[in-house]
Design a protein around this ligand. Structure first.
Ligand SMILES: Nc1nc2c(ncn2[C@@H]2O[C@H](COP(=O)(O)O[C@H]3[C@@H](O)[C@H](n4cnc5c(=O)[nH]c(N)nc54)O[C@@H]3COP(=O)(O)O)[C@@H](O)[C@H]2O)c(=O)[nH]1
Length: 770
């Protein structure tokens, strides 16, 4: 900007002269100020012979430019606090035009709360000391602008007591600082509240920070105290290993010279932090068992990451600890439940199969032998039934303990369920005979040990085991097959009179293979609908058909029509009888429904055989009810044939189920009567409708006096029990006549008709023998 001012000559009037002088002095002052502040580039000095223009140049001009262009605000202030110069930057900071700043007081630009500090300095007598202050200035809109102000008194030659102020706007700096502060706060809040223990360690391994979770994990309230007294370094040993992978992996493990800390520690090379600091290793999720300061044992996951400075030097480490004690306990509990029997704590079937797999693999490598002992307690069921399951459980627990004492710790003792136990022996002789001898002597020991009396509460119990043994060799037999072999041998032991040992042999193997094949075929047969029902008539003494017995047949695709004698036993053992029995029930109901369509057959009853396993099924009653409803059968037309042994198996269950079925309207026949040991008083408790004299008595009833006597006795007794009798297996007319003469009115046998398809039931044929 260019402006020119003129200095005029003086007037001669003293009063006006004084006034003019004053005015001129004020103007001069203003000019000088203008020169100082850069408002003037050139000066016209008037003289007698005109005037002269003086250009303002040089250092002062440079300084002025410098002050104008500088990035800081700058002002000069009179001794009493009025601004007489402000640079562009200051005007921008305050948002006030420069002209408006000149003449204003500095105090009015300072926020009220900060004014006093400035006032105090202002009132210090001249020369004032240089002073720096952080104050909030006020912008034109009244907003606070955080600034740094540097006050410097100007040399007295310039203006007495005047001072300059350099103003730095701290807004950006402050908000950056605030952002950093907030970020730090956020981070700290996160770290303090993390459910993971976090440690910071310096290069000496001293703890510089530990969050509350870290303290909690290690049972210390304030871990920082350990860092004060350690004097320890990463190189220092901190104690020995206290157990399985036991160790301190945190800073306290490194830094501690405290006895308690020594207890926590393990060999330094095991400590994650030490390895991170010493070797720059990054360690992730090492599982460690620790002893924390409060004495509790914990399992933690420990990770450590080295911290580097800008030059890449390791200056410490950050360690993370996660307490997984509860998780481990839960995992162990799950494993316990999944792999161990809850009653005896022995390995269960699943774990046994796994161990057996390992033993088999080892045997294939080593050419040694192993053996499986399949142990079943004799008459265990009787104990359970008579004294209750609690007492039975006590026996099983004691058996489990005794078994474990009979074998080496490397052998496996498992409980399969019920009263079945399995012992797996490995490391037996490579020579088969010797290995069998070894297995035999261990089995004998088991037998002796289990035969000792048991104290079951106040009761002394005697129990014996039946043991099946199978050698494990390097052949291709699978784990399942090996188990089945031992199982089979155990059944042989049972059949041999119990309390004995039987070895699986090759003949058994052939039978076993056959059985396995048959079982698979049976399963397939059921799936493919290969079963049919044949019907054998039951007649009265006039030869009139009163009903029939349904007898299942297997239409085997290769072997033709098979008698149930060849497969019922296997179906029962394999459990397939449940499926087969249900099919028979449905097919019989369907047949009864079909007969209902023909008025003459409408009153026929149909007897079906029920196996014990089927009858014991919890859903048996419901299954029968469903079948009756499905085919709309009048229940009294269906007769269930139950054997004596079935009825005696679990008396209470039998009575309960029979009563439920009787309520539905079903009828019952006692099959094979005379072959068992039924007590008559007991039979009276059962809701029976009919006795079937077993075919074995009928067979020789005319030739064998004993059989004749038995049959007579049964026929004499039955009316007293209120039960009609059917004699089965009647093949000759002589047999029929004997039976009729002794009061029998129901017959079944080849004499009246062989079992055959439904449409072969022929009333005329029956009448021949009437
Ligand atoms: N759980 C189930 N068991 C069933 C079922 N079907 C049959 N069976 C049982 O299988 C066993 C053998 O039955 P099967 O070969 O059919 O033999 C029966 C008759 O054919 C035979 N019988 C009948 N009359 C005579 C005769 O005059 N002589 C002679 N030698 N045999 C004859 O007797 C068998 C009937 O026995 P029973 O059941 O005891 O009345 C057999 O035990 C059947 O029970 C089934 O579906 N489920």
């Amino acid at each position: 900007m260019t402006s020119k001012q003129r200095v005029n000559g003086l007037s001669t009037d003293p009063a006006s002269e004084l006034q003019t002088l004053r005015k001129r002095l004020a103007e001069a002052d203003a000019v000088l100020d203008a020169i100082r502040t850069g408002g003037i580039d050139a000066l016209f000095v008037a003289g007698d012979r005109g005037g002269q223009v003086l250009e303002l140049q040089g250092a002062e001009h440079d300084y002025r430019l410098l002050v104008e262009e500088m990035g800081e605000g700058a002002m000069t202030v009179t001794a009493n606090g009025h601004l007489y110069f402000a640079n562009r930057r200051l005007a921008a900071i305050l948002g006030v035009p420069r002209d408006a700043l000149t003449g204003s007081t500095l105090a009015e630009h300072i926020a009220p709360a900060d004014r006093q500090a400035y006032q105090d300095w202002l009132q210090t007598g001249s020369p004032r000391p240089q002073r720096r202050m952080e104050l909030d200035l006020l912008s034109a809109g009244g907003a606070k602008v955080p600034c740094h102000l540097s006050f410097t008194e100007l040399p007295p030659a310039q203006k007495h007591g005047a001072f300059s102020v350099i103003v730095t706007d701290l807004s950006a700096h402050k908000s950056a600082e605030e952002a950093v502060r907030q970020s730090e706060h956020r981070l700290k809040t996160i770290v303090e509240n993390l459910p993971i223990g976090v440690w910071f360690l310096d290069q000496q391994g001293q703890i510089t920070y530990g969050n509350p979770t870290a303290a909690q994990i290690w049972g210390g309230k304030d871990f920082s105290r350990y860092s004060d007294r350690t004097g320890g370094s990463t190189g220092g040993s901190t104690g020995g290993d206290t157990g399985r992978n036991t160790g301190g992996s945190t800073g306290c493990g490194i830094a501690g010279s405290e006895p308690t800390l020594r207890e926590l520690a393990v060999a330094p090379q095991q400590q994650a932090a030490v390895r991170a600091i010493r070797h720059g290793e990054m360690i992730l999720n090492e599982e460690l068992d620790i002893l924390s300061l409060d004495g509790s044992r914990k399992t933690i996951l420990s990770s450590a990451v080295p911290i580097h400075d800008r030059e890449g030097e390791i200056v410490g480490a950050v360690v993370l600890n996660q307490d997984i004690t509860d998780r481990k306990a839960a995992e162990e509990q799950i494993e316990q439940l999944a792999f161990f029997d809850a009653l005896t704590q022995l390995p269960n079937r699943r774990l046994l199969i796994d161990r057996l797999g390992q033993v088999l693999a080892a045997i294939r490598r080593s050419a040694q032998h192993g053996a499986i002992l399949f142990i079943d307690l004799d008459h265990f069921k009787d104990l359970n039934d008579s004294l209750g399951h609690d007492v039975g459980d006590q026996l099983l627990i004691q058996v489990a303990k005794r078994l474990s004492t009979c074998v080496r710790s490397r052998d496996t003792v498992a409980r399969l369920g019920g009263d079945e136990f399995v012992v797996v022996l490995d490391g037996l002789s490579p020579e088969a005979n010797r290995a069998a001898g070894q297995a035999r002597s261990i089995a004998a020991k088991v037998q002796r040990t289990l035969a000792q009396p048991y104290e079951l509460g106040t009761y002394i119990h005697h129990s014996t085991p039946s043991i099946g043994a199978a050698l494990i060799d390097a052949t291709e037999a699978s784990v399942d097959e090996l188990l089945k072999r031992a199982d089979l041998a155990m059944y042989q032991a049972k059949e041999a009179g119990r309390n004995t040992l039987r070895f699986f042999d090759p003949e058994m193997q052939t039978a076993f293979d056959l059985r396995t094949r048959m079982e698979a075929q049976l399963r397939e047969g059921l799936r493919a609908g290969q079963f049919v029902l044949h019907y054998q008539p039951q007649v009265d003494d006039a030869g009139q058909m009163i009903g029939a017995e349904a007898l299942v047949r297997w239409a085997h695709p290769e072997r033709g029509l098979l008698s149930p004698a060849t497969f019922i036993h296997l179906a029962e053992e394999s459990g397939l009888i449940l499926q087969l029995g249900e099919w028979v029930l449905q097919a019989a109901c369907a047949q009864l429904a079909a007969w209902s369509q023909h008025g003459s057959c409408d009153e026929r009853t149909l007897a079906i055989n029920i196996s014990a396993r089927q009858f014991r099924e919890p859903h048996f009653v419901g299954m029968v009810r469903t079948a009756l409803n499905r085919y709309g059968i009048r229940p009294h037309r269906l007769k269930l044939e139950l054997t004596e042994s079935l009825l005696l198996e679990d008396v209470e269950d039998t009575i309960h189920k029979m009563a439920a079925l009787r309520e539905l309207g079903l009828r019952f026949a006692l099959d094979d009567f005379g072959t068992g040991y039924s007590s008559l008083s007991y039979l009276k408790r059962l809701p029976l409708d009919e006795l079937k004299i077993d075919r074995s008595f009928v067979d020789e009833v005319t030739t064998d006096a004993n059989d004749a006597a038995i049959v007579r006795a049964v026929l004499a007794l039955a009316p007293q029990l209120g039960l009609p009798v059917i004699a089965e297996g009647v093949e000759t007319d002589a047999q029929r006549r004997f039976l009729i003469s002794n009061g029998c009115h129901g017959f079944q046998g080849y004499l009246f008709g062989r079992p055959g398809p439904a449409d072969a039931l022929n009333g005329d044929a029956l009448n021949e023998h009437a």
